[in-house]
Design a protein around this ligand. Structure first.
Ligand code: R1P
Ligand code: URA
Length: 303
């Protein structure tokens, strides 16, 4: 159920649906502003990573690479793995990057760049995040691979979009707001159940907390004092009718919320490289990520 009906944009209501030049920015060569891509550069299966250097660690397994691009933190390789066309892209860190990434990715398939009108036929992409993450549970050690059933955003991105949530997502957000004493309600969004069925096989299934930072927002203290020093213990203690939280990172909830708004299948997969209860950081973090990359491309080759 949604809380408020989605409002028409007053700026657009008495105009056509043509998207102005200032809102959807297309570079002189016909590519989209930040990603620097044209529609033909994208496969419908998209693997995303935070670190630009991780793109090559995925595409090294491709039979062939047909296209590469690099702009800002957005590095793109498109090719084939076991005959299946895939694109691998880096996003950098944080949900603010994910907002740009998902909007431009969606525009590449769902907006006609010539007329600037949304296309009448919608294309849904399969988008899979292959990222690193910290565990907030003793029983989820480093080396674990975890698929996120839900993303819980402690950032404010979704304050700026008209989104619909299920009643249980709203209840969960309210419980976390109360638990942490936050001045706003965190947004909770379920990931793609279709992709979870395929990619979750053999992995742990968890619920991922997306934070607007790596240190204070995840309860880390280097020199600056976090405002909620016991955030790990608090989040770890949450139990809403058996629903528990498992891990921290910085993008998943943004992906899930933008995916729901734009109509794409999105799943976040996490290589657990830190355990925040045992204070351990994996010595073999690169190997853990490597396992997750191989798992993902093999499953998606058959999908
Ligand atoms: C922080 O170190 C970064 O690692 C995690 C977090 O979400 C954040 O982006 O993901 P990536 O390894 O995919 O970047
Ligand atoms: N990425 C995060 O955001 N947190 C961690 O603890 C590890 C990776």
């Amino acid at each position: 159920s949604s809380e408020k009906p989605i409002q028409a944009n007053p700026k657009r209501s008495n105009m056509s649906n043509r998207i102005p030049e200032s809102e959807l920015i297309i570079n002189p060569d016909g590519s989209i502003y930040h990603l620097n891509l044209k529609p033909e550069h994208l496969a419908s299966t998209i693997i995303t990573v935070g670190d630009p250097d991780r793109v090559g660690k995925v595409s090294q397994y491709f039979d062939e690479i047909e296209f590469t691009m690099s702009k800002r933190e957005f590095v793109t390789h498109t090719g084939r793995f076991q005959g299946k066309r895939m694109t691998v892209m880096s996003t950098g860190m944080g949900t603010d990057n994910i907002e740009i990434f998902m909007t431009e990715l969606d525009a590449l398939v769902n907006v006609d760049f010539e007329t600037r009108f949304p296309k009448t036929k919608h294309t849904a992409l399969n988008i899979i995040r292959v990222g690193t993450s910290g565990s907030m549970r003793r029983e989820i050690p480093t080396g674990s691979l975890l698929a996120s059933a839900y993303g819980i955003g402690l950032d404010t991105l979704m304050t700026f979009y008209q989104t619909t949530y299920s009643q249980s997502e709203i209840n969960l957000g309210e419980a976390i707001q109360k638990l942490l004493g936050l001045p706003f309600r965190p947004y909770c969004v379920q990931g793609s159940q279709k992709l979870l069925k395929v990619l979750g096989e053999g992995l742990l299934i968890g619920n991922t907390v997306t934070c607007p930072g790596f240190f204070g927002p995840q309860g880390r203290e280097v020199r600056a004092k976090p405002a909620i020093p016991d955030i790990i213990e608090k989040l770890g203690s949450l139990d809403v009718e058996g629903f528990k939280l498992t891990n921290f990172e910085m993008e998943t909830a943004g992906y899930y919320a933008m995916g729901r708004l734009l109509g794409h299948e999105v799943l976040s997969l996490n290589a657990i490289v830190a355990n925040r209860i045992t204070h351990e950081f994996a010595k073999d973090a690169d190997d853990i990520v490597e396992h997750l990359i191989q798992h993902t491309i093999k499953k998606m080759a058959d999908y």
